[in-house]
Design a protein around this ligand. Structure first.
Ligand SMILES: NC(=O)c1ccc[n+]([C@@H]2O[C@H](COP(=O)([O-])OP(=O)(O)OC[C@H]3O[C@@H](n4cnc5c(N)ncnc54)[C@H](OP(=O)(O)O)[C@@H]3O)[C@@H](O)[C@H]2O)c1
Length: 314
């Protein structure tokens, strides 16, 4: 047999090794120049972790929207293309999203940046620690890279929530914590409680057709060096922007899809992480292209005209 030929197992091992190198390069913002393009854009979290500006949302995954093997292939495709941040919640599909992820991350936990969430009804007493333990069991892992409070609780409860998160962080059960769906006023209240400024991100809805956070929250986060994690970055299931003709035209000029243009716009600043969801490998490939598109000043002007921001935004 030709000694240069390798068998299927060796081939898989080498592909896996390449994926790891690509993911590490992605985390460092390095372009390996290979066909499987890694993330060219990264975002630094306040604790120092560097994550790809494009992750993968997992809200509906593992719940029958697509065949399970297709969804697994979609996530693995995204990971190999540098979208190594995975966003889930103990609440998604009553835990089924996390259970589904267990199989995807089992053989590659060290290259995944894993984000999950705790619900408002779980925060009292030892609720955050218990919810986190339940998430870890479903995910089959010993730690979360980031744990978020899914929705705001009354500000009077912020110090208790932060203390519970900090306890988990000190124990190494979570590496960082953050919040989700917080308004500007709630962020200000959070930063006033002890250790509140250790918050790593605020995950909020942000897309071309939903630019409300540009009015006040986004500038405030930028001022405080706090990255924003944009959910529903394509507009969400019921308001998708990807059928828009302007986006399609810009995409044609860049050799990519309308979806990739929409995502490239969301991550344009270097301080926003977008987490589009897709259970389709083809869609994921389209989305990953957003990491390597350079929108031009003319593109931004055209997009601002087609999708105006709130008055006062830039
Ligand atoms: N913190 C919160 O309160 C909160 C709220 C909502 C969402 N989230 C997180 O954010 C993630 C994403 O948000 P989302 O699911 O609301 O909205 P989204 O990512 O804007 O849109 C998802 C939809 O877009 C489709 N899609 C994705 N890529 C596409 C492409 N290239 N071409 C055509 N269609 C495409 C998906 O269908 P296919 O599967 O068929 O591709 C799916 O129907 C969620 O999974 C979740 O992790 C968080």
């Amino acid at each position: 047999m030709d000694k240069h030929l390798i068998n299927r197992r060796q081939f898989s091992a080498r592909c896996a090794a390449f994926g790891l190198i690509a993911a590490q390069a992605a985390a460092q913002g390095v372009d390996t120049g290979a066909a499987s393009k890694p993330a060219a854009r990264t975002v630094k979290l306040p604790g120092g972790a560097i994550v790809p500006a494009l992750g993968q949302g997992c809200w509906h995954l593992g719940q029958g929207r697509h065949p399970i093997d297709v969804e697994e292939q979609a996530l693995r495709t995204g990971i190999s293309l540098g979208m190594t941040l995975l966003d889930t919640s103990g609440d998604y599909g009553s835990g089924r999203s996390e259970q589904f992820l267990k199989a995807v991350i089992a053989d590659q936990r060290d290259r995944i940046f894993l984000v999950s969430k705790v619900e408002t009804y779980e925060v009292s007493g030892d609720g955050i620690a218990s919810a986190c333990a339940a998430s870890l069991a479903r995910l089959g892992t010993g730690y979360l890279d980031l744990y978020l409070l899914h929705h705001p609780v009354p500000s009077a409860q912020f110090s208790g929530v932060v203390a519970a998160f900090e306890k988990l962080r000190a124990a190494g059960t979570i590496r960082a914590w953050g919040v989700s769906n917080f308004s500007l006023g709630q962020m200000e209240d959070l930063f006033r409680v002890p250790d509140g400024a250790r918050c790593a991100t605020n995950q909020v809805s942000y897309s071309l057709n939903n630019r409300g956070i540009e009015r006040d929250l986004l500038p405030w986060c930028k001022q405080h060096n706090l990255p924003v994690m944009a959910y529903s970055p394509l507009g969400g299931d019921h308001n998708l922007v990807i059928g828009d003709r302007t986006l399609a035209q810009i995409g044609t000029a860049h050799g990519c899809s309308a979806a990739a243009v929409a995502l490239a716009w969301v991550i344009r600043s270097g301080s926003v992480i977008a987490i589009p969801e897709s259970g389709s490998p083809e869609h994921v490939k389209e989305n990953a292209a957003a990491l390597s598109i350079a929108l031009t000043p003319q593109d931004f002007q055209t997009l601002n005209a087609a999708f105006p921001g709130p008055s006062g935004s830039q």
